[in-house]
Design a protein around this ligand. Structure first.
Ligand code: FES
Length: 617
């Protein structure tokens, strides 16, 4: 059977002419980018076929268009090319999927924790069995609990019952009973025990973070993170939902992949804390609506179809074992409530964590990823929406865009006279491309230096070799090939600027539309949640008009607020009720349905800080 080898990974796989190179790379575990999920749009899956035992299939016009000038250099799209002969395929540096920097921390802007866990320890001394009257182990335990704490007849599932005889007869005095909501026994321990453990998850489209917590002290024992393995199917939720729709067993495949990821994080975190995963008595999960549905195994089929209804909105409690999570056998997983098809429990958790719903100050909360979720309001009223910002903020559809991984330019400066460029990269590596904050920094600096004008066009009159005509029209060279890890010039193209204009206009218009509903209320505080919000320079964001209110409001990054919200719900059961109430209270606005959004979108496309803005507009 013919085989192909992926270089430089030296992994080989048999081929039968039925699968394209991207599918083969996924099977072989090759870290190949596929931002559009194989739809032949993004051009990120570029590979070079170095050696082949037979003729290559011809390159289609569409492939050549997506590849641009790379086509002449021998590049092919992995998602387009099907080989039936053996070959050696090189995965170039810029096409490799690298581990992303994952934001795990929150900030001082997060709401403090009050310890009221849903599962708490109860020490009891159970009377021993006696000869003259047979009272079962379970009954004696229940009698002791009622006598000591007034807790009446809590449930015990079979997994707890299996431990009961041995635990009651250990050589220690008494037993500690982990009781959930005063109505179910989750676990039993011989003797007196003061610590119980829980795990809080933030399941993002790109990254997943697990926080292992001591439920009694509130201590964070370990934090572990990983890339969401569903990225192998596609970067965005729409591609993954389409995968479920188009492939028999697709939903189950994605469900299993995220459950395995969570289990791996649980094992790592537990090992670091020196506990057994079986000792974890409760978990909480937040995520966007698609991630929620894929984790539970709910059909996401209708999420991308107007009016974008989720299968359910309320918070849910499931036995962890029913979802496949490897924690205590009787433990539960609590999933925080959802609001809409594109406003998930991650946003509810962000509100919980930042205390926006208790604040008097009119506050704008923005969580940017492939979708931009926006909340505006205060304790009296809150509105939310989701904007289809597209993947530009995560480097998608940007010629040299990449994830926030090693070698990504995260910030840069352009000398306003000489137009020389200085950059900072993640882990100080030679530049490989630009992550989201780097793209915003580049465009903001190009506006300040007068390279980009108010309409987003380049000032072609500038005398610098960095400004030139490329295959996608004008482009500005940020990094010369001799300085780049890719050995090619890293540029910002006119098309990149247009992609960012669309993305920022969607966010600005969405936020403005929400704010318009609060007549007379000026935004006083802008909270930027998530990794993007943490790393983007607020001044750069204001220079590109990413959101309204830059002149009046204080802009602050709030770190992984969704993760903090998940921890709050783990440590304080009252926060779960608060989350439920705020999810019901917050008003959702569907932007696609309004002409006002379209008007605002068009007027938000410009750069108001550009040198020529006053003259042209
Ligand atoms: S073009 Fe191949 S994955 Fe996007």
């Amino acid at each position: 059977m013919p085989r192909i080898t992926f270089s430089p990974f030296e992994k080989t796989i048999d081929i039968d002419g039925s699968r394209n190179i991207l599918q083969l790379a996924r099977e072989a575990g090759i870290p190949l980018q596929s931002t559009c999920g194989g739809k032949k749009i993004c051009g990120k899956c570029k590979v070079v076929i170095k050696k082949t035992d037979g003729p290559l299939p011809p390159s289609s016009a569409r492939e050549q268009k997506v590849l641009g000038g790379y086509s002449e250099k021998g590049y092919r799209l992995a998602c387009e090319t099907v080989l039936s002969h053996g070959a050696v395929i090189r995965i170039p540096e810029e096409s490799r999927l690298k581990p992303q920097v994952i934001l795990t921390s929150d900030t001082e802007h997060s709401y403090p924790v009050r310890l009221r866990p849903n599962v708490s320890p109860h020490y009891v001394e159970v009377s021993p069995p006696v000869l003259d009257s047979v009272i079962a182990d379970r009954q004696r335990l229940l009698i002791a609990l009622e006598k000591t704490y007034g807790i009446r007849r809590p449930a015990l599932d079979p997994f707890v019952l299996r431990k009961l005889p041995h635990t009651l007869r250990s050589d220690r005095e008494g037993v500690t009973v982990a009781i959930r909501s005063k109505d179910e026994i989750i676990d039993l321990y011989p003797g007196r025990r003061d610590s119980l453990f829980g795990v809080a998850f933030d399941v993002g489209t790109t990254t997943v973070v697990a926080f292992l917590m001591d439920l009694i002290t509130g201590d964070r024992l370990s934090v572990k993170s990983a890339m969401n393995p569903q990225i192998a199917i596609g970067d965005d939720v729409i591609t993954r939902i389409a995968f479920c729709r188009e492939n028999t067993g697709g939903l189950e495949k994605l469900r299993i992949s995220i459950v395995e990821c969570l289990n791996a994080l649980i094992a790592e975190a537990a090992a670091e804390a020196g506990i057994d995963p079986d000792e974890i008595v409760e978990a909480t999960v937040v995520g966007n609506t698609a991630m929620h549905h894929l984790f539970v195994g709910l059909d996401p089929h209708y999420l991308p179809m107007a009016p974008y209804p989720p299968v359910l909105q309320e918070s849910q409690d499931y036995k962890a074992r029913d979802l496949g999570l490897n924690i205590g056998a009787s433990a539960y997983v609590h999933l925080l409530p959802l609001k809409a098809g594109f406003v998930g429990s991650d946003i509810i958790a962000c509100i919980l964590a930042t205390g926006l719903h208790r604040s008097k100050i009119p506050t704008l909360l923005i969580d940017l990823g492939t979708n931009g979720e926006i909340v505006f309001g205060n304790k009296n009223r809150m509105l939310c929406c989701s904007t289809a910002a597209g993947p530009a903020f995560e480097g998608g559809h940007i010629r040299w865009g990449m994830r926030a991984s090693s070698g990504a330019i995260e910030r840069l400066k352009i000398d306003q006279e000489m137009l020389d460029v200085r950059w900072e990269t993640i882990y100080d590596q030679r530049p490989s491309g630009l992550c989201g904050s780097g793209i915003i920094s580049a465009i903001a600096e190009m506006i300040r230096a007068g390279i980009i004008l108010g309409r987003g066009n380049f000032d072609k009159g500038l005398q610098t070799p960095r400004l030139r005509d490329g295959e996608d029209g004008p482009e500005f060279v940020l990094v010369w090939a001799s300085e780049a890890a890719t050995k090619q010039d890293i540029v910002i193209t006119q098309k990149d600027v247009a992609a960012m204009q669309m993305a920022k206009a969607a966010v600005n218009a969405g936020a403005t539309l929400l704010m318009e509903q609060f007549e007379g209320e000026e935004v006083e505080r802008i909270l930027l949640a998530g990794a993007f919000g943490n790393y983007v320079d607020p001044e750069d964001a204001c220079t590109i008009d990413l959101f309204p209110g830059c002149l009046t409001a204080k802009v602050v990054g709030v770190g992984n607020a969704a993760g903090h919200g998940s921890c709050l719900a783990l440590l304080d059961k009252n926060k779960r009720k608060e989350a439920e109430r705020l999810a019901q209270k917050i008003e959702y606005r569907e932007l696609a349905a309004t002409t006002r959004f379209k008007e605002l979108f068009v007027s938000s496309m410009f750069f108001t800080s550009a040198r020529d803005f006053e003259d042209v507009f």
